[in-house]
Write a protein that binds this ligand. Structure first.
Ligand code: NAD
Ligand code: MG
Ligand code: MG
Length: 342
């Protein structure tokens, strides 16, 4: 397969496509916070649609943002960016958005899940588009403040107005993505690759790798503090190098001993069996098995979700990590996440 790279940066953007619009950001969680504050600083007329008097509404107001009910925000807006959790979007759409949506409005998503798996089916006269930052929402904000941006994907699902791609690109510019690169994709490709990435590599693969390494050292009698530094703390330092200059730059920086171990032992850890399992995981994403299991879990009360989350929080690595991080001289000064505010 030959893939053409379609990438846009700030110079390719008609910013009037977003500066002339009223934008409602629905939800003020990770992405809602990151995107709305950047939109505001870029000069976009933005309001937050949220449960009035809820914790998110209060955080948004404290940040100087205007807050409306979801229904009022939908009526007011030209463009609606849906930034509530994927699992609640279908219900909120049916009850609070669909009754007020108008022909020619732009209905936007940051992940294709509900459109691709047809849990939300908007009317044909509404534009359906996506701007999906390839990074956590809090980082969308922290990078913007550094004069950088998080690379973002744009996609168009239906386009009755004929300019949905330009609108998506202008929105992406306003959240800072044009400084890093705006990449064109489809709802199908974004949905399937995003789910695979977070399950197999970025979140699932990473946390399982960290914990397996930590447990191996601790079970062999080594100090959990040493195990924490080796398997968790250093991860960021290594990943920063990989992120900036690829695997080759990381190998340039580490010792020859580390590099030899990297190249010869790595494939013994991530074996062909692991890759075969990754392929199975990808198939379950593509055929809708994962989406069904996740929605069943949500609809039956999230019992297993909460159990697993709690077990994760109680794992020794979390306890040890909290203690060690409290010793760092820089403490909270530059923390990206502040749960009271964002
Ligand atoms: P989140 O869980 O951080 O935030 C959810 C927000 O929705 C909160 O303000 C919460 O109060 C509100 N909310 C929850 N239930 C609600 C309800 N029933 N009615 C009204 N408001 C409700 O969400 P998020 O992680 O920012 O994800 C938002 C979207 O962005 C999702 O589609 C997700 O896939 C996508 N996305 C997220 C990230 C990320 O960094 N978290 C990255 C890329 C894309
Ligand atoms: Mg995702
Ligand atoms: Mg070492």
């Amino acid at each position: 397969m030959v893939h053409e790279l379609k990438v846009y940066t700030d110079k390719d953007i008609d910013t009037s496509k977003i500066l002339n619009k009223k934008v409602a950001v629905i939800g003020y969680g990770s992405q809602g916070y990151g995107q709305s504050t950047n939109l505001k600083d870029s000069g976009v007329d933005v309001v937050i649609g949220a449960r009035l008097n809820g914790a998110s509404a209060k955080k948004a107001q404290a940040e100087g943002l205007k807050v409306m009910s979801i229904e009022e925000a939908v009526k007011w807006a030209d463009l609606i960016q849906i930034l509530i959790p994927d699992e609640v979007q279908a219900k909120v759409y049916e009850e609070q958005i669909k009754p007020y949506i108008r022909p020619g409005q732009y209905l936007m998503f940051a992940h294709g899940f509900n459109i691709h798996f047809k849990r939300i089916v908007p009317p044909a006269d509404v534009n359906v588009l996506m701007v999906a930052p390839k990074g956590p929402g809090h980082t969308v904000r922290s990078e913007y403040l550094l004069g950088k941006g998080v690379p973002s994907l744009v996609a168009v699902y239906q386009d009755p107005s004929g300019d949905s791609k330009e609108v998506a690109m202008a929105y992406a510019w306003a959240i800072g993505a044009g400084r890093a690169g705006i990449y064109e994709t489809t709802f199908k490709e974004e949905t399937e690759t995003d789910l695979f990435g977070e399950q197999a590599v970025l979140c699932g693969g990473l946390s399982a790798l960290i914990k397996a390494g930590f447990d191996t050292l601790v079970e062999a009698g080594y100090s959990p503090y040493m195990a924490y530094f080796e398997c968790l703390h250093e991860m960021k330092l290594i990943v920063d190098l990989v992120n900036q200059g690829g695997i080759s730059d990381m190998r340039y920086s580490i010792s020859n001993t580390a590099e030899w171990g990297d190249m010869t032992i790595g494939p013994r850890i991530i074996t062909p069996a692991v890759k075969a399992e990754m392929k199975k995981v990808l198939t379950e994403i593509q055929d809708g098995t994962f989406a069904k299991e996740w929605m069943d879990e949500y609809n039956s009360g999230m019992k297993k979700f909460k159990e697993l989350e709690k077990a994760g929080e109680e794992h020794q690595i979390e306890v040890v990590g909290k203690e060690l991080r409290s010793k760092f001289a820089w403490k909270d000064n530059d923390k990206i996440i502040n749960r009271d505010k964002n």
